[in-house]
Write a protein that binds this ligand. Structure first.
Ligand code: HEC
Ligand code: HEC
Ligand code: HEC
Ligand code: HEC
Ligand code: HEC
Ligand code: HEC
Ligand code: HEC
Ligand code: HEC
Ligand code: HEC
Length: 315
C-alpha cells in the first residue's frame, strides 16, 4: 500500500493525535523513554505501515531522535528549539505537517523535497555548492548518506565513510585494499579529507581548488615553486600517484622505471656514461633503472629541486 493513500484519509486523525502529543515541547530533563513510548503508540494508531513494525524497533527508533542533535531544545536553531514554528511538534520540521511522509524516497517523497527540507537549515558552509554537484545531479537525497534517527558520527548511515561511499563507488573499496594506500581503512583518514561529497567547484568534489591544492593541505613540502620545477608535478600529483591506493610503492600509478619512461625515452637520449653497459646484466646500467627505486635511485628530487645544480633532479 502506498503511504500516500492512507495519509489522505488519516491526516485528520493524525493531526489530532499529534497535537495532543506535542503540546509540551520535549525537554531533556524528563523521562525520554516514556516520551518515545507515548509517541510510538500515537503513531501506530494512525499508520498501518508503522503498525507492522515490531514495537521495540519503532520505539528505539524514535528514542534515537530524542538523543540526536536535532532534539536539543536549548539550541534555538534545531527543530526542537524551533518547535513553536511547527505547531509545537518538532517532528514536523522534517516529516511535514501531520507526518506527510516518512522519507521513503521515490515512494512517499521525492529527493528534491527531502533536500529542500534539510537545506532549509543546512544550505550554508559545505552545502554551498550542493546544487549542480554530481550527487545532486545523480538525483541523490541527503538521506542516501544520512540517517536522522541514528547515533553515528555526523548522523551518517554507516559507522565508516569507507563503507558508506564504497557501497556505490565499489572500485574505491578495492583501491584502499591495495598494499600502498592512504590510511583510510586504518581510521586515520576519511574520504572527506580530500572530498566534499556535498558539492564543490571541481567536478570530482575535491576540497581544494584543484588536485594539487588538495594534496598540499597535508604535503606542504611539495608545494614549491622550486628553482627547478618538474612539469608533471606542477600540473597534477595524479600524473604519477593514485590518491586512493596502488600495488606500487608510494602509490605510484606504475612501477618507477615504467612511470618515468612513459614520458621520457631514456635509451636514446640518456647520457652515455650512464648507459655505457659497465654494470653486469643484459641491459647494462639500464638495470639501475629497473631495480629498487629505479630512476629515482639517481633522480631523487623528482618533485623539484632548490639546489643550484638540481636541473636534473639529482640533488
Ligand atoms: C529546523 C532546522 C533543521 C532541519 C530541518 C534539519 N536540521 Fe540538521 N541540524 C540542525 C541543527 C541546528 C543542527 C546542530 C548543528 C550543530 O550543532 O552545529 C543539526 C545537525 C545536523 C547534523 C549533524 C552535524 C554534526 O556536526 O554532527 C547533520 C548531519 C544534519 N543536521 C543533517 C540534516 C539532514 C540530512 C536534514 C534533513 C533530513 C536535517 N539535518 C534537517 C538543524 C536542522
Ligand atoms: C554522498 C553522501 C552525502 C550526501 C548525499 C550528503 N551528505 Fe552530508 N555529510 C556526508 C559526510 C561523509 C559528512 C561528514 C563530513 C565531515 O565530517 O566533514 C557529512 C556531513 C554533514 C553535516 C555536518 C558537517 C557539516 O558540514 O556541517 C551536515 C549538516 C550535512 N552533512 C548535511 C547534509 C545535507 C543537508 C545534505 C543534503 C543536501 C547532505 N548532507 C547530503 C555525506 C553526505
Ligand atoms: C531532522 C529531521 C527529522 C526529525 C526532526 C524527525 N525525523 Fe523521523 N525520520 C527522519 C528521516 C530522514 C527518516 C528516514 C529514516 C532515517 O533517516 O533514519 C525518519 C524516519 C522516521 C520513522 C520511521 C519510518 C519507517 O517506516 O521506518 C518514524 C516513525 C519517525 N521518523 C518518527 C519521527 C518522530 C516521532 C519524530 C519526532 C519525535 C521525528 N521522526 C523527527 C527525519 C527526521
Ligand atoms: C547512493 C550511492 C552513492 C553514495 C553512497 C556515494 N556516491 Fe558518490 N556518486 C554517486 C553518483 C550516482 C555519482 C554521479 C555519477 C558518477 O559520476 O559516477 C557520484 C559521484 C561522485 C564523485 C564524482 C565522480 C566523478 O567522476 O566526477 C565523487 C568524487 C564521489 N561521488 C565521492 C563520494 C564520496 C566521498 C562518498 C561518501 C561520502 C560518496 N561519493 C557516496 C553515488 C554515490
Ligand atoms: C588523499 C586524497 C583522497 C582521498 C583520501 C580520497 N580521494 Fe577520491 N579522489 C582524490 C583525487 C585527487 C581524485 C582525482 C580527481 C581528478 O581526477 O580530478 C579522486 C577521485 C575520486 C572519484 C572520481 C574518479 C573516479 O576514479 O571514479 C571518486 C568516485 C572518489 N575519488 C571517491 C573516493 C572515496 C569513496 C574515498 C574514500 C573511501 C576517496 N575518494 C578518498 C583524492 C582522494
Ligand atoms: C588529510 C591529509 C592528507 C591529504 C590531503 C593527502 N595526504 Fe597523502 N598522506 C597522508 C598520510 C597521513 C600519509 C601516510 C603517511 C605515513 O604513512 O607515514 C600519506 C602518504 C602519502 C604518500 C606516500 C604513500 C606511501 O606509500 O608511503 C603519497 C605518495 C601521498 N600521500 C600522496 C598524496 C597525494 C597525491 C595527495 C593529493 C591527491 C595527498 N597525498 C593528499 C595524508 C594526506
Ligand atoms: C613525475 C612523477 C611524480 C609526480 C607528478 C609526483 N610525484 Fe610524488 N613521488 C614520485 C616518486 C617516483 C616517488 C617515490 C620517491 C622515492 O622513492 O624516493 C614519490 C613519492 C612521494 C611521496 C612519499 C615520499 C615523500 O617524498 O614524502 C609523497 C608524499 C609524494 N610523492 C607526494 C606528491 C605530491 C603531493 C605531488 C604533487 C604535488 C606529487 N607527489 C607528484 C613521483 C611523482
Ligand atoms: C607525465 C610525464 C612525465 C613523467 C611521468 C615524468 N616526467 Fe620528467 N619531465 C617531464 C616533462 C614535461 C619535463 C620537462 C620537459 C623537458 O624539458 O624535457 C620533465 C623533465 C625531467 C627532467 C629534467 C630533464 C630536462 O631535460 O629538463 C628529469 C631529469 C626528469 N624529468 C626525470 C624524471 C623521472 C626520474 C621521472 C620518474 C620518476 C619522470 N621524469 C617522470 C614529464 C614527465
Ligand atoms: C645511475 C644513475 C641514473 C639513473 C639510474 C638514471 N639516470 Fe637519468 N641522468 C643521470 C645523469 C648523471 C644525468 C645527466 C644529468 C647531469 O648531467 O647532471 C641524467 C639525465 C637525465 C635526463 C635529462 C637528459 C635527457 O636525457 O633528456 C632525463 C630526462 C633522465 N635522466 C631520465 C631518467 C630516467 C627516466 C631514468 C629511469 C628510466 C633515469 N634517468 C635513470 C643519471 C641517472
Amino acid at each position: 500500500m502506498k503511504p500516500v493513500k492512507w495519509s489522505n484519509y488519516l491526516s485528520a486523525a493524525l493531526a489530532f493525535v499529534l497535537v495532543a502529543l506535542f503540546m509540551v515541547a520535549p525537554s531533556p530533563t524528563y523521562a525520554e523513554v516514556d516520551k518515545s513510548e507515548e509517541v510510538e503508540q500515537g503513531l501506530r494508531l494512525v499508520s498501518p505501515l508503522l503498525a507492522e513494525r515490531r514495537v521495540k524497533d519503532l520505539r528505539s527508533h524514535i528514542q534515537l531522535m530524542f538523543e540526536s542533535p536535532h532534539a536539543v531544545a536549548s539550541d534555538p536553531r534545531t527543530p526542537a528549539g524551533r518547535a513553536d514554528e511547527f505547531g509545537g511538534n518538532f517532528c514536523a520540521a522534517c516529516h511535514g505537517d501531520g507526518f506527510k511522509h516518512f522519507f521513503k524516497v521515490g515512494e512517499d517523497v521525492s529527493a528534491s523535497t527531502v533536500n529542500d527540507t534539510c537545506l532549509n537549515c543546512h544550505s550554508g558552509g559545505d552545502r554551498m555548492h550542493w546544487s549542480g554537484g554530481p550527487h545532486e545531479m545523480g538525483d541523490m537525497a541527503c538521506v542516501d548518506c544520512h540517517s536522522m534517527h541514528n547515533k553515528n558520527e555526523r548522523l551518517l548511515r554507516t559507522t565508516t565513510q569507507l563503507e558508506l561511499c564504497s557501497s556505490c563507488h565499489l572500485e574505491r573499496r578495492a583501491d584502499f585494499n591495495r598494499p600502498y594506500h592512504h590510511p583510510v581503512k586504518e581510521g586515520q583518514m576519511v574520504c572527506t579529507d580530500c572530498h566534499n561529497p556535498h558539492g564543490t567547484v571541481t567536478p570530482t568534489l575535491l576540497r581544494g581548488s584543484d588536485v594539487n591544492e588538495t594534496c598540499y593541505g597535508c604535503h606542504a613540502e611539495h608545494r614549491g615553486p622550486f628553482l627547478w620545477d618538474h612539469e608533471p608535478v606542477r600540473e597534477a600529483c595524479i600524473n604519477c600517484h593514485n590518491p586512493h591506493g596502488s600495488v606500487n610503492t608510494n602509490m605510484l600509478v606504475s612501477r618507477p622505471a615504467q612511470l618515468c619512461q612513459s614520458c621520457h625515452i631514456t635509451d636514446t637520449s640518456h647520457p652515455a656514461d650512464v648507459m655505457d653497459g659497465s654494470t653486469a646484466g643484459a641491459m647494462g646500467n639500464f638495470d639501475a633503472m629497473q631495480v629498487g627505486r629505479g630512476c629515482v635511485n639517481c633522480h631523487s628530487q623528482v618533485h623539484g629541486s632548490n639546489h643550484p645544480g638540481g636541473a636534473f633532479f639529482r640533488k
